[in-house]
Write a protein that binds this ligand. Structure first.
Ligand SMILES: Nc1ncnc2c1ncn2[C@@H]1O[C@H](COP(=O)(O)OP(=O)(O)O)[C@@H](O)[C@H]1O
Ligand SMILES: [Mg+2]
Length: 364
């Protein structure tokens, strides 16, 4: 990194496509002027040619960052800048420095498996932004969209499990990696507090169980955790799943990543009920491929932690500070609440037991 906080990753130039396949979104999203800091960072990172002054296109989906597609002469890139205040209804602050930890996570994970992350192009630590390759929609689908449309194939789920455990296994017990992520406080502020502790406030009978879960999770320091392994942060590309949005990166309990992702597969059963059986297959495939790669600890120990976290995270997505947007009816909310509360008070140790019970709870 330079004194100005700039890091540049250099590659052989990617020639712009002579006939770029303009997707519909690209043509319909308005072009906007980029903030001066973004233009300066693009220049400092050597990405602008003489006289080049690109415009940006805001990408949707982000709640915690400004994120733009920028079409440079040398090809499209994606710029991500952390916002000081998240765009969610409940007040929820997160330090902008998390942007640098996202860059660090991408670097570490990319050294383990370059196909699992977007390629980094530049980082301006002072401006709190970084630049990565833009993943072309023509070749990359958001996993969330696939699931929403009922395409619940087990293969991508198994690939997600395999890539996730590969990153966990390669970082487990590595003090030099742990030192790059002094993020215990950030992880508490943006994961444990708004999810598990906020749910505890709403459910006094389960508060002790939820606080015990927070403590057990916070005190487990085993591997590099992504912290937001959600289908909305996973792109399925020609070389497999790509993890985005690592700003919750933490050196801690890998069971959190596993449970966090499985939680989304359970909740999707209420969003696209016709595909529930497919989501259950995804769940089992992900667990199986993940378990196969666990070599730094005994799988049953990790599985038991994930199986305890799962009901906590389910409850958190109904009554925490970041409720899922697609469960709005009280009947569905109560189904999740009752299911989660029973399991929080009488935990099971196996993930497939949680799944089996969930599938029996779902309306026929
Ligand atoms: N490198 C990229 N290429 C293409 N699209 C991207 C890229 N990074 C993010 N996106 C899109 O922008 C959305 C928001 O990005 P994300 O990193 O998840 O930000 P936030 O922290 O605000 O959720 C993603 O869901 C994805 O659709
Ligand atoms: Mg995201």
């Amino acid at each position: 990194m330079s004194a100005r906080g700039i890091t540049i990753w250099r590659f052989a130039a990617t020639l712009p496509d002579a006939h770029p396949r303009a997707d519909l979104r690209r043509m319909t999203t308005p072009l906007i002027a980029l903030p001066a800091e973004v233009m300066a960072a693009l220049a400092d990172c050597g990405l602008l040619g003489p006289g080049e002054a690109p415009m940006g296109q805001a990408l949707s989906g982000g709640v915690s960052s400004d994120i733009w597609r920028v079409d440079l002469r040398q090809g499209p890139v994606c710029v991500k800048r952390a916002l000081p205040q998240l765009r969610v209804a409940a007040r929820w602050e997160a330090p902008v420095s998390r942007n640098a930890f996202e860059v660090a996570w991408i670097e570490v994970a990319g050294a383990i498996n370059p196909a699992a992350v977007p390629r980094l192009r530049g980082h301006d630590a002072r401006a709190g932004l970084f630049i990565m390759d833009f993943l072309e929609p023509a070749r990359h689908r958001l996993w969330k969209t696939e699931l929403r449309e009922g395409r619940a194939d087990a293969a991508p789920a198994a690939a997600v499990g395999a890539r996730l455990v590969q990153i966990h296994a390669a970082t487990a017990g590595r003090a030099e990696i742990s030192q790059r992520f002094p993020t215990d406080a950030i992880f508490h502020a943006i994961r444990l507090a708004p999810y598990l502790e906020a749910a505890a406030e709403q459910h006094p009978p389960a508060a002790a169980a939820l606080h015990a879960l927070v403590l057990a999770t916070a005190n487990t320091r085993e591997a590099l955790v992504h912290g937001d392994v959600s289908p909305k942060n996973i792109m399925l590309g020609p070389d497999g799943p790509i993890f985005l949005d690592a700003e919750c990166a933490w050196y801690g309990d890998p069971a959190f990543d596993l449970a966090f992702c499985l939680n989304h597969l359970l909740l999707k059963c209420l969003w696209a009920p016709h595909a529930s059986e497919g989501f259950a297959r995804c769940f089992r495939a992900l667990v199986e491929s993940y378990a196969r790669g666990v070599n730094w600890t005994r799988w049953p120990l990790l599985e038991a932690r994930a199986a305890r976290l799962l009901p906590g995270l389910l409850l958190a997505r109904i009554d925490g500070k970041s409720p899922v947007e697609y469960i709005t009816g009280e009947t569905q909310k109560n189904l999740v609440r009752e299911f989660a509360l029973v399991l929080l008070l009488a935990p099971v140790m196996e993930l497939n037991l949680v799944l089996g019970r969930w599938m029996r709870e779902l309306p026929a």
